[in-house]
Design a protein around this ligand. Structure first.
Ligand code: MN3
Length: 200
């Protein structure tokens, strides 16, 4: 069955001024939709059509014959995850077990924040910065293009899309400003806490 785009949990204007409605309209309404349509067209009529998108991503990750399925499927999944990482009531700091684990694994929230910002700003070209749980340890990692931590067995907790289409209308070349705006104002720590709890 076809993969369907999850509804946004907020209005297209809700993330302003940090991310404009115009960016959301293109990013959610055009880029993400295109990845999903491409993915559905590529798996239609194949056995992959009956698998979950996560199963397909893992199955085709290292298959040079299925690069198109991987790229579109992983981008479909990464973006669905990304929209959930953002909230008009986001930013600030985590609480509870996730906050304690960040302190334990990074030293402090401030050190984690610097590591995430550094990963997001130094990812060369298109890609993603992530907070993941890797064998019981929280880590910040970055992935290029459509690559996703799912293929390495890491559990995504949060992500920031650093493809230019994510910020160019609002920030042009100023990727660090976009990254800071997300970390300080939009990251949904309640979503992150649910991902962390589900992984334990
Ligand atoms: Mn994107």
């Amino acid at each position: 069955m076809a993969y369907t785009q999850p509804a946004l949990a907020y209005a297209e204007t809700a993330l302003e001024p940090h991310i404009s409605a115009k960016t959301i309209s293109f990013h959610y309404g055009k880029h993400h939709v295109a990845y999903i349509n491409n993915y559905n067209n590529l798996v239609a009529g194949t056995p992959m059509d009956s698998q979950s998108i996560e199963e397909v991503i893992l199955a085709v990750a290292n298959d040079p014959q299925k690069v198109g399925i991987f790229n579109n499927g992983a981008q479909a999944w990464n973006h669905s995850f990304y929209w959930n990482c953002l909230s008009p009531n986001g930013g600030g700091t985590p609480t509870g077990p996730l906050a304690a684990k960040i302190d334990a694994d990074f030293g402090s929230f401030e050190k984690f924040r610097e590591e995430l910002k550094n990963a997001a700003t130094t990812q060369f070209g298109s890609g993603w910065a992530w907070l993941v749980l890797d064998n019981g340890t929280l880590k910040v990692v970055k992935t290029g293009n459509a690559q996703t931590p799912l293929t390495g067995g890491q559990v995504p907790i949060l992500t920031i899309d650093v493809w230019e289409h994510a910020y160019y209308l609002d920030y042009q070349n100023r990727r660090p400003d976009y990254v800071s705006a997300i970390i300080d104002n939009l990251l949904d720590w309640e979503f992150a806490a649910r991902n962390f709890a589900a992984a334990n």
